[in-house]
Design a protein. Sequence first.
Length: 177
Amino acid sequence: MEKLKQSHNVNIHWRSYELRPPGAPPLPPEYLARIEASRPRLYTTAKEQYGLTLNVGPFGVDSRPALIGAKFAEEHGSGKAYHDAVFRAYWLDAKVISDLDVLVEVATAVSLDPDGFLAALNDPYYRSQMEADVEQAHAYGLSGVPALVYDNKYLVSGAQPYEVLVEVAEKALENSD
């Protein structure tokens, strides 16, 4: 996304989405097996396309606290830094992003007040902002991540090579009003 932002001057707005919201039924073993079987391709794509060596945190964590924390971070001018730090914590450092200690560590690293951050995690105001994002994602028809929506019209679903992102960004730019 950073490369696309540089090359095509796109504005990136991260939005919340819960893969496993509270109360979701357990995933069937066959589905979990498919996810595990797809990981080598994900790791290879990340390395070859983006130069990243993934060291992923545990599957199935409750992302809600991290997503609510993102709303607090955005409101306090640290949204991008917070998102990048949570992303790095989970995908590169194998941290459990549902762990409040991990989230406070991330918040503190991006200059957020740890007490204010913790209070925000239980604040209905920030929870409702996160839930509004999730509702918008459902309105777009999203059912998984990653998913990118360009210009509120073009959906790119799944981890895609940079060239696919460029193609869609150029199409969106071509057809913008």
